[in-house]
Design a protein around this ligand. Structure first.
Ligand SMILES: Cc1cc2nc3c(=O)[nH]c(=O)nc-3n(C[C@H](O)[C@H](O)[C@H](O)COP(=O)(O)OP(=O)(O)OC[C@H]3O[C@@H](n4cnc5c(N)ncnc54)[C@H](O)[C@@H]3O)c2cc1C
Length: 445
């Protein structure tokens, strides 16, 4: 049988290799480290964790990433099984001894007779065969150029510039209102495409003070090349002048406060729909290097967002990722070249767990293909299905930025109460539905 080839033995590639071998299909795993490194990796081991040693919450009832852990364990995932064996005490989080973890993933793959690990960088996209590209946020330059040539210049980003994303049902619509600037658009939906949060002068001044004072993160050495094009952090804009934001992303023009039509706002923060379900909104132009704790405090100063719950916070990082909603089909294949599947962070998911989950899925799909079968993705109601649906279709392609798994990606349950208060009933219902549907997906294979 022809082997499946995987490029990159990170979190995604290692999990994909394991899944393929478990399905009885041979796999060749290509990894450029340690001969060629990245600014973040330190070793030649598989599945190296480049920064924190945490797989985040392990609560599979009240937390979406905990539910994703559950699904990966149910699917016999190598990353979760190894993390469980090298777990460190960390409250409700799943933290691991990073060196022991990566060494154990490497040993497990080396011991697997169907897996062959081949050292070396892949610099071209192969024309045929069954391939998974899992080269991550720090994809080597040569391969990144090859991907750009195949998909178009705008299709592979080298930086993420992530604006915070808010759960729509936690926005206070007695303060905010729906309206596009100058009511632009043919349809009512387009004319109401944005949610607007008004600020008076005092609120704006206090907001600028808080932005300037907030704790920020620094770039890693070697991370900044090619950065400052059109994605300035809001705090950098504020540093350039207190009025800069009011003439930029917070300009108050073309908008009328639906609750107080006679009151002219001094500044307006706009949020734009971020997914087809309409459950998530991103704060337009608010990419930031503020630390996470500071972001929550500062953004809750925005009128209407006092009780906002954030599906993800903002950030700016070196990150190679595809515009997956336009490029990938729901089997994670490049539409134009279906011999190539993509997995991991390069598909536009964010985080160790999400990347490994996309490796698990791509591995199973590639193995099914090698065996002459077709494997559809899990239902949209599961954490894995919600995530893959988001990147391959549910997300807005024009503003696509990497995404963590979160309950905003799940289809709402009609009978359940929205908002922050409804969470204690809603989240267990989401995760129970996810467990049932994921088990059914596994049973059907
Ligand atoms: C600086 C930094 C800090 C981060 N911190 C966190 C964090 O704290 N928590 C978190 O959850 N996520 C974090 N992330 C995101 C993290 O990288 C991903 O979550 C995860 O590692 C991605 O998994 P992956 O398998 O897609 O990529 P990786 O784990 O990076 O694996 C990709 C592999 O492909 C190899 N490779 C690249 N190009 C080629 C090529 N041409 N040929 C052969 N091999 C190649 C690389 O050497 C690497 O081993 C961070 C990312 C960065 C860049």
């Amino acid at each position: 049988m022809e082997p499946v080839h995987i490029v990159g033995a990170g979190l995604a590639g290692s999990e994909a290799a394991w899944q393929i071998a478990r399905a009885g299909v041979p796999v060749v795993l290509h990894e450029m480290r340690p001969a060629k490194g990245t600014f973040a990796h330190k070793t030649g081991d598989c599945a190296e964790m480049v920064c924190s040693n945490s797989f985040r919450s392990d609560d599979d009832v009240m937390n979406a990433v905990g539910q994703l852990h559950w699904e990966m364990r149910a699917a016999g995932g190598l990353i979760m099984a190894t993390a469980d064996r090298h777990r460190l005490p960390a409250g409700g989080a799943l933290a691991v001894d990073r060196d022991a973890f990566s060494a154990a993933v490497t040993e497990a793959l080396q011991a697997e007779p169907l897996v062959q690990i081949v050292p070396g960088e892949i610099t071209e996209l192969p024309d045929d065969g069954n391939w998974i590209i899992a080269t991550g946020p720090l994809t080597s330059d040569a391969l990144a150029q090859a991907i750009r040539s195949a998909t178009g210049t705008d299709s592979l980003a080298f930086f993420d510039a992530i604006a915070p994303i808010v759960h729509a049902d936690t926005i206070d619509m007695t303060i905010a209102w729906e309206q596009s600037r100058y009511d632009k658009g043919e349809t009512e939906a387009e004319q109401k495409a944005y949610i607007n949060c008004p600020m008076n002068r005092e609120q704006y001044e206090a907001f600028i003070d808080a932005l300037l004072a907030a704790d920020k993160t620094e770039f890693h050495e070697g991370e900044t090349a090619g950065y400052f094009d059109g994605c300035l952090p809001i705090e950098v804009m504020a540093e350039r002048g207190r009025e800069t934001l009011r003439h930029g992303p917070m300009k108050p023009v073309g908008l009328t406060n639906a609750h107080k039509p006679d009151e002219k706002a001094y500044a307006v923060v706009q949020l734009r729909r971020d997914n087809a379900l309409g459950t998530l909104y991103n704060i337009v132009g608010f990419q930031t290097k503020m630390k996470y704790g500071a972001q929550t405090q500062v953004f809750r100063m925005i009128p209407g967002l006092e009780n906002a719950s954030f599906a993800r916070l903002g950030g700016i990082h070196r990150n190679s990722f595809l515009n997956s909603p336009t490029l990938l089909d729901d089997r994670m294949r490049l539409r134009q070249r279906p011999n190539l599947r993509f997995a991991g962070q390069v598909t536009g998911v964010e985080g160790y767990v999400e990347s490994a989950a996309m490796g698990l899925l791509a591995g199973r799909m590639a193995a099914a293909q090698a065996l002459g079968r077709d494997l559809p993705p899990p239902a949209l109601t599961t954490a894995m299905g919600a995530l893959v649906n988001h990147i391959t279709g549910g997300a807005e392609a024009k503003t696509f930025q990497p995404m963590n798994v979160n309950f905003g990606l799940f289809p709402p349950l009609d009978e359940m109460r929205g908002g922050r208060k409804g969470r204690k009933d809603r989240y267990p219902a989401y995760t129970q539905r996810a467990k049932d549907d994921f088990s059914a997906w596994l049973a059907a294979q």
